[in-house]
Design a protein around this ligand. Structure first.
Ligand code: ADP
Ligand code: MG
Length: 257
């Protein structure tokens, strides 16, 4: 795996992820109009905003799944825009975990098999080592008794916790969560948020796109509010949620749209 040289030496003050003036269009549609944000190691950063404001696109740019037309994206010092070879993009995605609304577990594989697949085939660790890691991760997401279950036998919240364990199995530097509780029954939302809260407390670097405002307020170090492909406002949650500077943020927090 050949990653290019880091753009700059890493110091504790260097963000793990930084986006600078990122512009993304699909044809004539400008989806991101100059996004600038930073995520420091160990931080939890939330991105909130109305539907269609560009939140998922931001996450997809960070993993190199979408290629912006303009701007700079650095992940751990690597310039994502300059990664051309497929091998380099795959290497980047091993370092950046991604958990979606749809958990997309393999239905014909047991929970344990779902967790060892990528570590064995994409990283090349032994099955024995992968199994040991998978069991430790199942304990972390409080599903140690489900290793032999199949996804269809689990609740939505349990499946999402397996999906989080699967992302952790790659030992990523950070995890991106894109509305991971939006498709869940209300009674299982809390158990998934609980697992994310524990990850944040453990110091895992997280970027959370979420509609769970109370949760974002509780766990985030920094909150970004997006609208129309721009960051309208950002700040620490205790300020942004109680005293938003922009009327648009105020309206969104009041009405949720
Ligand atoms: P959010 O996650 O905040 O709901 P998205 O990042 O998914 O917003 O989408 C932002 C805008 O980009 C939306 O208007 C959406 O319709 C548009 N969009 C997203 N993906 C595509 C695509 N592949 N082609 C065209 N437009 C897209
Ligand atoms: Mg989205």
């Amino acid at each position: 795996m050949s990653m290019p040289e880091p753009v700059e030496a890493l110091s504790p003050e260097t963000p793990l992820v930084s986006l600078h003036n990122v512009h993304l269009s699909f044809g004539d549609t400008e989806v991101l109009r100059g996004i600038t944000m930073e995520v420091f190691r160990g931080q939890a950063v939330s991105v909130i905003g109305p539907s269609g404001s560009g939140k998922s696109s931001i996450l997809r740019c960070i993993t190199g799944l979408l290629r912006p037309q303009r701007g700079e994206i650095l992940v751990d010092g690597f310039d994502v825009q300059s990664l051309k070879a497929e091998a380099d993009l795959i290497a980047l995605r091993k370092r950046v975990g991604f958990v979606f609304q749809q958990y997309n577990l393999f239905p014909h594989l047991s929970v344990l098999e779902n967790l060892i697949l990528a570590p064995v085939h994409a990283v090349g660790i032994s099955r024995q080592e992968a199994r040991a890691r998978a069991r430790a991760l199942l304990a972390k997401v409080h599903l140690e008794d489900k290793e032999n279950a199949y996804p269809g036998q689990l609740s939505g919240g349990q499946q999402q916790r397996v999906a989080i364990a699967r992302a952790l199995a790659m030992r990523p530097d950070l995890i991106l969560f894109d509305e991971v509780t939006s498709a869940l029954d209300p009674e299982t939302v809390g158990e998934v948020l609980g697992v994310i809260r524990e990850l944040v407390e453990d110091g895992m670097t997280c970027v959370l796109v979420t509609h769970e405002m109370a949760f974002a307020r509780e766990v985030s170090d920094q909150v970004y509010f997006t609208e129309g492909g721009r960051i309208v406002e950002s700040g620490p949650p205790e300020r942004l949620f109680t005293d938003p500077r922009c009327e648009r943020t105020r309206v969104f927090l009041r009405r949720g749209v």
